[in-house]
Design a protein around this ligand. Structure first.
Ligand code: 13P
Ligand code: SF4
Length: 305
């Protein structure tokens, strides 16, 4: 089936079944094109919570669909590719986190939403790439365990120097791949461009940035900044909307290999199959869900930066 036909068939079936199609900013272009809403990981879960629709098709990775299921347990949340996980989320286990908590009983656990529901349930509060600093500042404890991203952790520690920070040694291979040399080379070829970068990148790379932000923060920065050229330090799926919303501006990847293998798994065929078969449903067991929800709710109560 041709791409356009496939897209139309999905849209029709989604309408017939009353489904809301969500796509993360890193999904393939043809998936973002048919989504009702595109956004960052947390924004999409909030949209899933807000909608009257009872069926959510979440084109993204597993932890995102889990977050939607935690916030809206009464809705049916489908993940078109059950095997689309987040390799960084898989770097922390409940057992490992429990052991670290035992070593630091006086610390508050601040866990990035890129984590499993079970790990969230062992955490005091969650954070996202867009509110990590505000969340860390809001915590009363002097000592923080920052899980699982060591790069986001170091970014928090730099901005919240009054806290003692302990880092879990996880990282996102897609963002950790970006090196200082890559950025300096592109900056030398485009001296008039601004460099915007995701906080999952290495600290030495963040030091070169004009703006550090979540994926959604990049859309805002690009739209409102008068500059016309931007170097982009995040997964390449972000380019589709940046270019669509800013046709007169130029966006250059800081490193062409910043492609998340699991974010790119979901195809149009998978989305159609998911709507036809209602598979795979993501649910979270009540005991885990209630504790994970507490950590998410505490984060949602923190005023935005
Ligand atoms: P955002 O929350 O900024 O969308 O990031 C999600 C993600 O997976 C980053 O690698
Ligand atoms: Fe996980 Fe990185 Fe992929 Fe985001 S880009 S889903 S953090 S592996």
């Amino acid at each position: 089936m041709r791409q356009k036909e496939l897209q139309q068939k999905i849209k029709q079936l989604a309408t017939d079944k009353g489904a809301l199609l969500l796509a993360h900013n890193y999904e393939r272009d043809e998936i973002q094109e048919i989504a009702d809403i595109t956004g960052d990981s947390l924004a999409l879960s909030i949209e899933a919570q807000k909608t009257d629709k009872q069926l959510i098709v979440f084109c993204g990775v597993h932890f995102m669909a889990e977050s939607a299921a935690i916030l809206s347990p009464e809705k049916t949340v489908l993940l078109p590719r059950a095997d689309a996980g987040c390799p960084m989320a898989d770097m922390v286990t409940v057992e490992g986190l429990k052991a670290l908590k035992k070593q630091h009983p006086d610390a508050t656990v601040v866990t990035y939403v890129n984590s499993s529901a079970a790990v969230k349930a062992e955490s005091d509060i969650c954070c996202t790439s867009s509110n990590a600093v505000s969340v860390a500042r809001s915590v009363a404890a002097k000592k923080l365990l920052l899980v699982p991203d060591r790069n986001l952790g170091r970014y928090i520690a730099k901005n919240v120097p009054e806290k003692e920070c302990i880092f879990w040694d996880g990282y996102c291979a897609t963002h950790d791949r970006l090196k200082v040399e890559d950025v300096e080379q592109i900056q030398a070829s485009h001296p008039d461009a601004l460099f915007m970068v995701h906080p999952e990148c290495r600290p030495e790379v963040l030091n070169l940035a004009d703006h550090i932000c979540s994926t959604s923060g990049m859309y805002e920065f690009a739209a409102h900044n008068p500059a016309t050229k931007f170097i982009v330090g995040t997964e390449n799926g972000i380019l589709w909307r940046l270019r669509k919303e800013n046709p007169d501006k130029q966006f250059i990847m800081a490193n062409r290999d910043m492609i998340c293998p699991t974010m790119k798994m979901t195809s149009l065929e998978d989305v159609l199959h998911c709507l036809e078969t209602m598979e795979t449903r993501v649910t979270v067991a009540a005991d885990i869900r209630i504790k994970a929800r507490t950590a998410l709710d505490k984060m949602l109560a923190v005023p935005r930066d």
